[in-house]
Design a protein around this ligand. Sequence first.
Ligand code: SF4
Length: 318
Amino acid sequence: MDKEMQPLLSVRNLAKRFAVKKDFWGRAKEYNYALNGVSFDIFPGETLGLVGESGCGKTTAGRTIMGLYRPTAGQVFLHGKELDVANGPDKRIQMIFQDPYACLNPRMTVGEIIAEPMEINGVYKEAGAKKQRVYDLLDMVGLSKEQANRFPHEFSGGQRQRIGIARALAVNPDVIICDEPISALDVSIQAQVVNLMSRLQKELGLTYLFIAHDLAMVKYISHRVAVMYKGSIMELAKAEDLYNNPMHPYTKTLLAAIPVPDPDVRADIALIKGEVSQNVGTGCPFAGRCPSASDRCWAEKPKTKVINGHIIACHLYV
Ligand code: SF4
């Protein structure tokens, strides 16, 4: 990224907690921090990959930025201006969801589904313009205008995700949050959808936050990648640097766990040793599983620093 370029989207110290225990009166007694002070920037035309194991907070991050969750603390800036995310979604940020079928109303035609965000946000008000916009969007995602009158159940999983992409594009958003957009699809279809998203990015200058647990696919599509664990960013670097020279112990573990073609040497993320620590807020969130953990790691949460172009939170680096 050009160092002079201003970020399109900036997230600062974003936190989101959920009540995990309530008292007799329904008041929260204990909280779990799904996000614990997350900060990053996304630049115009960039794809920032956000990866981590299931439950690490990456989906909560996307939904909080989108305004679907009210943040507990922190700020989101778009074009340098703070967004009122507590007030709900802003049309300039749209989302592509993991399960396209679950988020497409089965009683609406595809044309109605794609036109709905235009109606909600009051754009393309004139019927003819709206219809043409729907046809153009269908064409952009590789579907035909004849398919506008069909219903979601008449499409394959890959086609439904194309409809989800067309819907997200309908109001010309500045940023698209892609929440595991290919993980529900057959492997043979995943590459087609990723290629479509890459092509649309080049043609329309789109900016993506691409949330995923599949590190191989994230490397393929992302310019930079942020690695998340227990609600905190552990490492953020250019995709190539991160994969060729991982610095954080957690990133190294995740990369070592990427499946390889030989089943004898295949490893899974589940093979990471140790328990997921619940000490978020006191020490390093990864201390319970880290082979390099010291007493300091248990007592003090590492601050973020920049080392060799990597943004990293680990006491090993000073
Ligand atoms: Fe491991 Fe300590 Fe670094 Fe956390 S701060 S990743 S526990 S070495």
